[in-house]
Design a binder for this molecule. Structure first.
Ligand SMILES: [Zn+2]
Length: 256
């Protein structure tokens, strides 16, 4: 079984001293690729060097909405070299209305610049969005989506919202929230996005499976997310692994 963790943060301090072990455990769990996403320009070099060190790791360059500052504006120009530097995606980028700072205005400005660069160099995007889907859709309609597409990570919206985003060229990666208490909305969402628009992720070190709450999440925990998806969809784990891996390979142009 080959699994891809479409979204994690191996740059995190949590993994400073144990990355060899984390990657080894990921490999043992069947993970053949991990896409690590930077959150600030200060992490970009680190993302690239982690990917150079471990053949399983691909990297994404971007500025996360929580860390968007006007001082990033000069740095964003460098994202135009992301593809030549070997990045598989532009991310983690997005909009978050559940936080007050940075303001949605500065978040939108930084997001739209990154989205337009992704489109220009045709790298897929890895998008974070909380409580700002109207704004996200309006930015996307204004700028467009790269031909390569992209994913909304940790998506927990409705099946109807998923439909609108699929029409715009996006897919969805989901992780720990798959293990939360079963509900009809999540089953409907999964049934709508499976098979062609569903990817697995962990968002490590964040959003651990429910029974590991309070501990830092690790990529090998993706097996709990896979099992939860299998229970919700009533489809064999092997089939979900194969399908989600094929989706990640297609979107991020990976060689596995
Ligand atoms: Zn993330």
């Amino acid at each position: 079984m080959k699994i891809i963790d479409a979204h994690c943060h191996l740059e995190s301090e949590e993994f400073e001293n144990n990355l060899d072990e984390i990657i080894r455990n990921a490999r043992d769990a069947g993970i053949c690729k991990l896409i690590t996403s930077s959150i600030t320009p200060g992490q970009w070099e680190k993302s690239k060097s982690i990917a150079e060190k471990y053949k399983e790791v691909e990297f994404a360059l971007g500025v996360h909405p929580w860390y968007a500052t006007p001082s990033d504006l000069d740095m964003l120009e460098n994202l135009k070299d992301a593809k030549t530097k070997g990045a598989a995606a532009i991310g983690e980028i997005g909009l978050d209305e559940k936080i007050e700072n940075p303001s949605i205005e500065i978040q939108t400005k930084i997001f739209e610049i990154q989205l337009s660069i992704a489109k220009e160099i045709n790298l897929p995007v890895i998008v974070h969005c909380r409580g700002a889907f109207d704004e996200l859709i309006s930015s996307i309609k204004k700028i467009g989506v790269p031909e390569a597409g992209g994913i909304i990570h940790s998506f927990s919206g409705s099946a109807g919202l998923a439909d609108s985003l699929i029409k715009l060229g996006l897919s969805f990666s989901i992780g720990g929230i798959l293990t939360y208490k079963k509900n009809k909305k999540r089953i409907e969402l999964l049934e709508r996005i499976y098979p062609n628009h569903f990817l697995l992720e962990t968002d490590s070190p964040d959003i651990p499976p429910i029974h590991l709450n309070g501990k830092p999440n690790v990529p090998s925990n993706i097996l709990f997310n896979l099992k939860a998806a299998s229970d919700l969809l009533g489809i064999k784990q092997e089939d979900i692994a194969e399908t989600t891996t094929a989706n990640a390979v297609r979107i991020f142009n990976l060689v596995i």
